[in-house]
Design a protein around this ligand. Sequence first.
Ligand code: B1M
Length: 234
Amino acid sequence: MAEDEDDIILSELSDEELVQQMHDDLYDGLKEEIEEGTQILLERGWEPYRVLTEALVGGMQIVGEDFRDGILFVPEVLLAANAMKAGMAILKPLLAETGAPTVGRIVIGTVKGDIHDIGQNLVTMMMEGAGFEVKNIGINNPVENFIEAAEEFDADFVGMSALLTTTMPYMKVVIDEMVAQGKRDKYMILVGGAPLNEEFGRAIGADAYCRDAAVAVETAKQMIARKHNQMARA
Ligand code: B1M
């Protein structure tokens, strides 16, 4: 691509300016710039985890806040998430090598009868960006899929998504079956999707309703911190 005089040369920016620029580029969904910025920071000796948290997660946090506040909309957020994924793809093998701490583990899926997956894919990306390990089991999941995946993955959280008023009651079927099998208390259960609300989440016995992906990340972080505190006291 031809560069005119106004083009910003990422490699000429200081670390601080580059991180700021990456936040802007992530906000604008500029995948190639995010890949380049990620490479530059690594070449300058930044630890992969620092690149992830300061440059990518920091940028995504701004995107998440503006999404929550109605300033950004789904297409922009998907582009930002895509750019972030490109940066994360570079960091992923390096993070595995350096053993960056995992915040927690979550199984997430859309419930039986429902094929909407854009929202839960966004939640997956934001959770991964915040340091969670996520097993996304996709769409149209019967109760046994959630239970088996949670056990196999040794999950801290089970996340369920539903976009239809006809499928949201199935979340209760999953929770009731977990109770029946004596497995309910092994997991923190998060639910989300456009037709849900706090009251519904409480009524079906979920631990929390998450209005959006940013809230899902914040809620999961708070809950895992509480769990660790309780374990430390026990
Ligand atoms: Co459908 N659809 N759709 N649809 N569709 C809705 C949901 C609808 C509200 C549209 C409308 O009529 N206004 C309506 C539901 C009405 C109702 O139940 N009251 C509807 C309908 C009726 C249908 C069909 C029945 C249509 C038909 O065939 N006659 C059919 C059902 C198919 C099925 O599931 N069995 C259907 C099909 C489809 C498409 C396949 C065409 C497509 C889905 C494509 C896909 O997902 N791959 C689709 C779409 C795109 C929509 C709308 C337009 C957009 C949904 C979306 O992706 N939103 C939707 C209208 C709307 O919601 N305004 C609609 C963006 C997404 C980022 O938001 O999913 O809410 P959302 O996720 C958010 C939060 O809710 C939260 O975080 C996310 C990110 O911030 N969240 C979680 C979600 N899951 C979470 C899980 C968590 C935490 C947070 O766990 C930890």
